[in-house]
Ligand binder design. Structure first.
Ligand SMILES: [Cu+2]
Length: 205
């Protein structure tokens, strides 16, 4: 970690941080104004990640949007998404579960209605099969002998039988979830009898 005279350098490079085009022109000027701070063609900064990337290929890689050229604050690349119906013991849909692949984690959103009020445990179970009493979904998703599918906050169902929850986990990966196309299941358990499985949804592409 080199901490060489960066304070001086940042003053010099500050006005040039915003635009890729300007940075390129600074690089073309070579050592002018930057000789004391960096080798020719390089721009230093005291702040991590503030130097715009300079691409040698043309056009820039897909997904790259220079500052000022995109309108919204939305992420440049949207993650993959999986949505599944959650069905009750009678086979009727009572909600949906959505998994989104975000940076180094998986965002999970559950929306449900028609469930018993209270706190329901819910988990990602191993098999993408929701038959009968839903024991078909098998045990929790395990990874290296760790119960990674069972570690979520409970789904609170209000008096009207509805509830929503959004949470994020990095205990398992997107590949663990898609399971080579075989998928997994989300199982919601009963409020009082936690062994009882009251709803199940197949998570599959
Ligand atoms: Cu479970």
């Amino acid at each position: 970690m080199a901490l060489r005279s960066t304070a001086l350098c940042s003053t010099t490079s500050l006005p040039f941080r915003r635009s890729r085009a300007v940075v390129l022109s600074v690089a073309a000027l070579g050592t002018v104004g930057l000789a004391a701070c960096a080798p020719p063609g390089q721009v230093t900064s005291t702040e991590k990640g503030t130097v715009p990337p300079v691409f040698t290929s043309s056009p820039p890689p897909a997904g790259y949007a220079p500052e000022g050229e995109h309108e919204a604050e939305a992420p440049v690349q949207e993650g993959a998404k999986l949505t599944a119906d959650i069905k009750g013991n009678d086979g009727k849909t009572i909600g949906t579960v959505t998994f989104t692949d975000v940076d180094d984690a998986i965002k999970v959103t559950i929306e449900a209605k028609g469930l018993t009020p209270g706190n329901h445990g819910w988990h990602v179970h191993e098999k993408s099969v929701c038959d009968g009493d839903f024991t078909s979904a098998g045990p929790h998703l395990m990874k290296d002998n760790v119960d990674v599918g069972g570690q979520f906050p409970t789904l609170f169902i209000q008096k009207d039988g509805s509830g929503t929850l959004t949470t994020t986990t990095d205990l398992f990966t997107w590949d663990d979830l898609t399971n080579d196309g075989n998928g997994r299941a989300v199982v919601i358990h009963d409020v009082t009898d936690t062994n009882k499985r009251v709803a199940c949804g197949v998570v599959k592409e």
